[in-house]
Ligand binder design. Structure first.
Ligand SMILES: Cc1ncc(COP(=O)(O)O)c(C=O)c1O
Length: 402
């Protein structure tokens, strides 16, 4: 109430584009964030820096060759600019269905259903499958969209300690109804892998269903970029896989891969699928072309893995690194201002590395999130690791990494 009164008193100073009282209330919250160093801002980043932060792991987003292939096919198909409606109304097309059949083949499954993004695909699966008396168990480091999807469902939901199968089993023992376990194949902030073989055995023991988010493994793992479950031959033991196309595939969108029944169920019950305009024809052509392009350019996966190995071989123990052999590497630099400063030093050295602040990650676990790419040159990777080693020695304005 007090805030409301102050807002009214100073209302006439506020923006003319918004109700002045609401404007002030929102500004108060923003200013709290600013004072605690947590204000988020949009920045346009220079393309002149060496890219160690985008999710374009294989360079497909930046590939003009792929861009031309997409343009030619879009023109040839005579597709309209937009999809014009939800898939259940005017937004469906023969090409969308052909692409889903193609994706199902690439992903070694019976069916696939396209979504506008990985965020909405996770919301769809987690909000539609578990019901009121069911239980969702999710890894504590799971992406926000897994947690948001679980929150949208009516099921009970609990987190388990990151990659900790004992803690998961303790929670499985107490779970009721149908049990859904939600994990990622490669964790987006740590780059480490989930222990999928152990997880599938445990899930089998408790008749639990696994929902696997393959956002950071799609494209970089498995034949034709089919992801971790296929690479390990465990795909038939997963109830639903979410593959996103905005990362290594360099385009946009996502799909859920699973059985025909699963796909029919999502078409009928998943609100994030039903109540939205379908992906544009251009988008769908791009997804199709990106997978075909990757099949012809298998060496991109090898080039990425060579850069990961070079990074691991040439960084000394630069602080609390997570055990990752993926494209995502992290160096923990506790404290928002310390990690921001460390990133600024790297950027001034021509290296585009971004800080990840709390509360996106737990306080004390703020980090430099380094993404390696197929297109980074060995010289760029060495320059990065030398800079990190120098930071670890505290040789840059006294900034250590601990
Ligand atoms: C693990 C994980 N899942 C899902 C998403 C969301 O995917 P999209 O960007 O396609 O919405 C992301 C992207 O940030 C992610 O890292």
């Amino acid at each position: 109430l007090c805030c409301f009164v102050i807002a009214r008193q100073t209302a006439n100073k506020q923006s003319k584009y918004m109700n002045p009282i609401l404007d002030l209330l929102l500004r108060n919250e923003l200013s709290d964030r600013e004072q605690t160093g947590l204000l988020r801002r949009l920045t346009v980043h220079s393309k002149n820096l060496s890219d160690f932060s985008s999710n374009d792991y294989l360079g497909l987003a930046a590939s003009s060759e792929l861009g031309e292939i997409i343009e030619v096919l879009v023109r040839k198909s005579g597709a309209e600019n937009g999809s014009t409606g939800s898939r259940l109304l005017t937004g469906n097309s023969a090409f969308a269905e052909e692409t889903e059949a193609f994706l199902a083949r690439v992903l070694h499954t019976e069916a696939a259903l396209l979504f506008n993004s990985g965020y909405t695909a996770n919301l769809a699966v987690l909000s539609a499958l578990p019901k009121r008396h069911d239980t969702i168990l999710y890894d504590e480091l799971a992406h926000a969209c897994i947690k948001d999807g679980a929150r949208l469902s009516m099921a009970k939901r609990f987190s388990f300690r990151h990659n900790n199968m004992e803690d998961l089993e303790t929670k499985l023992r107490k779970s009721t109804g149908n049990i859904f376990i939600a994990v990622e194949s490669i964790y987006s902030m740590d780059g480490d892998e989930c222990p999928l073989a152990d997880l599938t055995s445990l899930a089998h023991q408790y008749n639990a269903f696994i929902i696997l988010d393959e956002a950071h493994s799609t494209g970089v793992m498995g034949e034709e970029g089919s992801g971790m479950a296929v690479a390990l031959g465990l795909h038939n033991r997963i109830a639903a896989r979410i593959h996103t196309f905005g990362k290594a595939m360099g385009v946009h969108g996502a799909c859920v891969a699973g059985s025909e029944t699963l796909v029919n169920y999502l078409i009928n019950f998943a609100r994030p699928f039903i109540y939205t305009t379908a992906l544009s024809p251009h988008n769908i052509v791009s997804i199709n072309c990106a997978f075909r392009y990757l099949k012809e350019h298998k060496h991109l996966q090898d080039a990425l893995h060579a850069n990961v190995e070079l990074f691991l071989d040439t960084t000394r123990d630069v602080g609390n690194k997570t055990a990752s052999h993926s494209a995502i590497q992290t160096v923990i630099v506790p404290g928002n201002s310390a990690v921001r400063n460390a990133a600024t030093i790297l950027q001034r050295n021509g290296l585009d590395v971004r800080p990840i602040l709390s509360p996106t990650v737990t306080r004390g676990k703020e980090r430099l999130r380094i993404c390696l790419h197929a297109f980074n040159t060995p010289a760029e990777v060495r320059k990065l690791t030398e800079a990190l080693n120098r930071l670890a020695d505290g040789k840059n304005a006294g900034l250590g990494l601990y």
